[in-house]
Design a protein around this ligand. Structure first.
Ligand code: ADP
Length: 529
């Protein structure tokens, strides 16, 4: 069974699909009649549902559990431990001890690097089981998790494993008879809070740099999606990570996240999630011990299609930029600005593409879109759709639930969208494309920048000068030119304005997890220099 994933559809025949880039084969057994109605049971067991503290799976101190729900049905997949302040205290104490007494920060950087590489290898080996849990918990297509996300997690960990023994300070040419050097030291215990849209990928963006630099961690998963992180927790010992270095707590924001942010023994916070929660977290950090905070928050990213763009590519990429992951991406290209000369053609093709999008069970091969994460998000998105209609935008397609069960929404396209409409200003976080018209580049730059967010932008043009000028003029953390959502570990990611503080990934992320110490030594015999 090593290289075979067997997904049990309800009845009938088998189909073999080649998963070319991984060189493995998935065997699917499915029934055409039942596939739409009956949720397909993923071939993976939920084995780990307890908090991971000091190298052990343990119950919450309160004994409480809560259900993690299947977005296809709203029913419980499993019950997981509900961590709260007491569990955070236990986890922080374990992380503190592992930091202060070692061996993690005291280990050679090369040893740390080898452990991170072993963890990456183990995640790669368990790719399909992890991807199944991720798809089950989030509702994202299994193939997306298996072919794209888990391999990206592996890439991120290997990238930071490579950094571990390349982190060093400088010698400084200070004025005077001194030998001056800087030491780059780990900060200490990092508190990390991750969201539900890319649970394991966000875990890797956070633990990769923190561990490479020699920090220890208490990480809180999102209440909607605890399963993949617990699966990985079970691999840590085999990878050789000492106990207490990475502790994982499932629980809710107010009762587990907030105590982590306020904790006096946590030295640094990293958060990905909504802008409102980001503000709360910054306040908690300020009111406790002024721990530094990195924030990766919301967005309303412009996607600009110039009159000279290759329209078919732009249509496909704009579709991907918005609908990928059910529209649940902080950097979704959620304001599609199209030049007036190509607007009609673009709109017609964008609508046709949305109508072709395959929506359904994330475990059915070929489905591009699964359900939204939960009823709260579903209701919020439907409210925005109603607001779009009420404010006078034209609903070209979609706008309603797909099917009768679960949180599926039909791919939705609005045209004739104006900048002052709520659907053009707020982060909808769902499969709702809003298409706006522009006349000239000055105007579109001004309109694109007229947002409280500044996470990312897409620019589609064949003119190098237009591309370079827009890249410089847009007030965002990432500009993708003739592409979108390119997320290699070596590319920094983060936002301007209310989209965040600091950068994740790449070399930039290391400085979030390092203290710089200046060491100044008086020279006895400066005359020799
Ligand atoms: P959403 O509203 O989409 O669930 P959030 O930004 O609230 O997004 O959640 C992202 C993460 O932040 C989750 O892990 C959640 O539990 C956590 N969180 C929510 N509220 C708080 C809070 N007050 N303090 C700390 N963490 C929180």
């Amino acid at each position: 069974m090593n290289n075979i994933i067997l997904i049990n559809y309800s009845k009938a025949d088998y189909r073999l699909r080649k998963r070319s880039h991984l060189g493995r084969i998935a065997a699917y057994k499915y029934s055409t009649a039942a596939a739409v109605e009956e949720p397909i049971k993923p071939a993976v067991n939920v084995e780990h549902t307890k908090l991971f503290i000091n190298g052990q799976f343990v119950d919450a101190a309160s004994g409480k559990t809560f259900p993690t729900l299947d977005p296809r049905t709203g029913e419980a997949i499993a019950h997981v431990a509900e961590g709260d302040a007491e569990d955070i205290n236990r986890a922080v104490a374990a992380a503190r001890k592992a930091f202060d007494e070692g061996p993690w920060p005291k280990m050679t950087a090369y040893e740390r690097s080898k452990i991170l590489l072993r963890l990456a290898d183990l995640i790669e080996k368990h790719n399909d089981q992890i991807a199944m849990l991720e798809a089950w918990d989030t509702g994202k297509p299994y193939e997306q998790a298996a072919k794209l996300e888990v391999p990206m997690v592996v890439r991120v960990l290997r990238y930071y494993a490579g950094w571990a023994d390349k982190i060093h300070g400088m010698t400084v040419p200070a004025d005077g008879p001194y030998h001056v050097q800087t030491l780059h030291e780990p900060i200490g215990v990092a508190g990390q809070i991750i969201p539900w849209n890319f649970p394991l990928l966000m875990l890797s963006w956070k633990i990769g740099p923190a561990l490479a630099c020699g920090n220890t961690i208490v990480l809180k998963t999102a209440e909607q999606t605890p399963l993949s992180a617990f699966y990985v927790a079970n691999l840590l010992q085999e990878a050789g990570l000492p106990e207490g270095v990475l502790n994982i707590i499932s629980g809710f924001g107010a009762t587990a996240g907030a105590p982590l942010c306020s904790h006096m023994d946590v030295d640094k916070l990293a958060f990905t999630g909504s802008t409102d929660t980001g503000k709360t977290i910054l306040t908690l950090a300020a009111k406790s011990n002024l721990k530094p905070v990195t924030l990766e928050l919301g967005g309303k990213s412009p996607f600009i299609v110039c009159e000279d763009a290759d329209i078919d590519t732009a249509v496909e990429q704009a579709h991907f930029a918005l609908f990928f992951n059910q529209g649940q991406c902080c950097c979704a290209g959620s304001r599609t600005f199209v030049h007036e000369k190509v607007y009609d053609e673009f709109l017609e093709k964008a609508k046709a593409r949305a109508l072709k999008r395959t929506v359904g069970d994330p475990f059915k091969s070929g489905n591009e879109q699964g359900p939204q994460i939960d009823s709260k998000q579903f209701d919020k998105i439907m409210k925005y759709i109603r607001s779009g209609v009420e404010s006078g935008a034209t609903l070209e397609t979609g706008g309603e639930q797909h099917g009768k069960k679960g949180y599926y929404i039909k791919p939705t396209v609005f045209s004739k969208v104006k900048d002052d409409m709520l659907i053009a200003q707020d982060e909808i976080f769902g499969p709702v494309q809003t298409i706006l018209k522009f006349k000239d580049l000055n105007e579109v730059v001004q309109r694109a920048n007229n947002s409280r967010y500044g996470l990312a932008a897409g620019v589609f043009t064949q003119n190098i000068d237009t591309a370079n000028t827009l890249a410089r003029a847009l007030k965002v953390g990432t500009v993708w030119i003739n592409c979108f959502d390119v997320f290699d570990a070596a590319i920094p990611f983060g936002g301007y304005k209310m989209s965040g503080q600091g950068r994740e990934k790449a070399e930039y992320s290391l400085k979030n997890y390092l203290q710089v110490k200046a060491v100044v030594t008086a020279l006895k015999n400066p005359a020799w220099l």
